[in-house]
Design a binder for this molecule. Structure first.
Ligand code: GLY
Length: 254
């Protein structure tokens, strides 16, 4: 049984952090419905959903990916780069400690889970406004104990590293080359997103499925051509809060 941690949408989502996008009105009821469909899609893939304690006072609380990074042997509780998001980690740690030994990123380090791309024993970490040198160094010291290596990656034009790249297969990645330089991933086979769909690179791949936003039809075509069963979902309200699909879940692989 593979558990996925999620959290319900805060009624204050409209007051979320924004870095590269302009603020536009968000329909909270619609966002909640979309998030429920997202959880259903994860269940369709074979995951079991476990919801964290609701944090209605924290606008970005639904974006649980930024608060923790889970490995088979241990997990790291982050220190989110946005001060308004620091209160999100405690409730994550409360649940995650049931599954993994926990390590923590401490001040002056900052690191968002959305900046961490795991590919086997290599961990790529985006250098962004949310993740600094101290955060990366602390992360490296922890994961090195377990035989992982860390490669920092400059990110331009988007919020997190994973806004522009996700793993399709162990040696195959989906990437937006305008935001993430493909040269860092020369050892992989790369699929490029269509230039009209810059955010399309953030998909969730598991077993034979791929969850992809219905805003990215070219990306969906590419995924179908690759042989995946594509689950298309509407995330329009959460996308207004600068969300990718991976942002709203933390997978605890068994
Ligand atoms: N609204 C998502 C974030 O900026 O953290």
């Amino acid at each position: 049984m593979t558990v996925v941690l999620t959290r319900e949408v805060s009624p204050l989502l409209e007051k979320c952090e924004l870095t590269h996008q302009s603020r536009v009105p968000i329909d909270i009821q619609r966002a909640k419905k979309q998030h429920m469909k997202y959880e259903e899609a994860l269940e369709q893939m074979g995951f079991t959903i476990r919801r964290l304690t609701a944090t209605p006072h924290l606008p970005d609380g639904v974006f649980v990916e930024d608060t923790a990074v889970v490995f088979p042997e241990f997990a790291i509780i982050t220190r989110p780069g946005a001060e308004s998001r620091r209160g999100e980690t405690e409730s994550m740690a409360d649940v995650l400690k049931e599954y993994r030994e926990l390590y923590y990123i401490r001040e002056p380090g900052i690191l968002d889970g959305g900046d961490v791309l795991k590919a086997g024993k290599t961990v790529y970490i985006g250098i962004t406004s949310r993740t600094n040198e101290s955060g990366i160094q602390q992360f490296k010291e922890i994961v090195t104990m377990f035989g992982y290596k860390v490669i920092p990656i400059p990110v331009t034009g988007c919020l997190h590293l994973k806004s522009g790249i996700t793993v399709l297969e162990p040696h195959r990645l989906l990437i937006n080359p305008d935001w993430i330089h493909p040269g860092y991933f020369a050892d992989y086979s790369l699929e490029y997103v269509h230039h009209h769909e810059p955010y399309g690179a953030n998909v969730i791949r598991y077993q034979n499925f791929a969850i992809c936003s219905d805003a990215y039809p070219e990306t969906q075509k590419l995924l179908k051509k690759s042989g995946y069963d594509v689950i298309s979902i509407d995330q329009s309200e959460l996308e207004k809060a600068e969300a990718g699909l991976t942002c709203c879940s933390v997978i605890i692989e068994d």
